[in-house]
Design a protein around this ligand. Structure first.
Ligand code: AP5
Ligand code: MG
Ligand code: ZN
Length: 211
């Protein structure tokens, strides 16, 4: 099963993708997590990506397309995968379509949350750079404060979760990523979910569709 996650920053893509990945035993591939790991490790790619990410802008397509196309061709992807945060522009979607050929995406999961809810959510988010798990101080707290339940690493506040950067990311989302909703509607793979509901309810609604 090949899935992509659409939805605004903070809609819950990463949260749901992790749960789907565990249930269906397919890899969760988050381009944001890949960039953050590269930043942490001080790689060339990380240095380039950071300057865009800190401003709430998208990293240029040429830095992300080959990376994802290579990743989905690795052995652990033969049963499928979940792409979280890719594609994010029409050229990225077209590049993915071209790489997949007849072997199309099964579901483009769009999680809908109004902008007004997002800024509040982001302020309470805590992220694990170790394994990519995401928490929220109110809606999804860890068992032990500041420590990842899954891998035990320390949690961070993301550099791009400052309110003014979140607003920029929302603007960029509406301008560059929202057109993908049309793209995947036309392809017949779009499924929409109300992302304002409880995390577990959103998940139940998703698995009703995925089977
Ligand atoms: P990325 O890491 O993908 O960030 P994003 O799309 O902005 O989305 P987020 O990760 O912020 O949100 P999410 O939808 O995963 O929500 P989450 O589950 O964490 O990208 C970061 C940057 O990298 C981009 O700005 C760009 O610069 C670059 N980049 C990445 N991919 C790229 C690409 N393809 N092309 C170009 N540039 C790229 O949930 C958010 C919070 O809400 C959490 O605290 C969570 O616990 C909580 N929550 C989740 N669901 C619920 C719920 N139902 N109710 C209450 N709280 C909830
Ligand atoms: Mg995410
Ligand atoms: Zn972790």
């Amino acid at each position: 099963m090949k899935i992509i996650m659409l939805g605004a920053p903070g809609a819950g893509k990463g949260t749901q993708a992790k749960m789907i990945s565990e249930k269906y035993d397919i890899p969760h591939i988050s381009t944001g997590d890949i960039f953050r790991a590269n930043i942490k490790n001080g790689t060339e790619l990380g240095k380039k990506a950071k300057s865009y990410m800190d401003q709430g802008l998208l990293v240029p397509d040429e830095l992300v397309v080959d990376l994802v196309v290579d990743r989905v061709q690795q052995d652990d992807c033969t049963k499928g995968y979940i792409l979280d945060g890719f594609p994010r522009t029409i050229p990225q979607a077209e590049a993915l379509d071209a790489a997949l050929g007849e072997d199309k995406i099964d579901y483009a999961i769009d999680i809908e949350v109004p902008d007004s809810n997002i800024v509040e959510r982001m302020g309470g988010r805590r992220a694990c750079v170790g394994c990519g798990a995401t928490y929220h101080i109110v809606y999804n707290p860890t068992k032990e404060e500041g420590k990842c339940d899954k891998c035990g690493e320390a949690l961070i506040l993301r550099d791009d979760d400052k309110p003014e950067t979140v607003q920029k990311r929302l603007d960029v989302y509406h301008e560059q990523t929202q057109p993908l909703i049309d793209h995947y509607t036309k392809a017949g793979s779009l499924v929409e979910f109300d992302g304002t509901l409880d995390i577990n309810v959103v998940f139940e609604n998703i698995i009703k569709v995925l089977g």
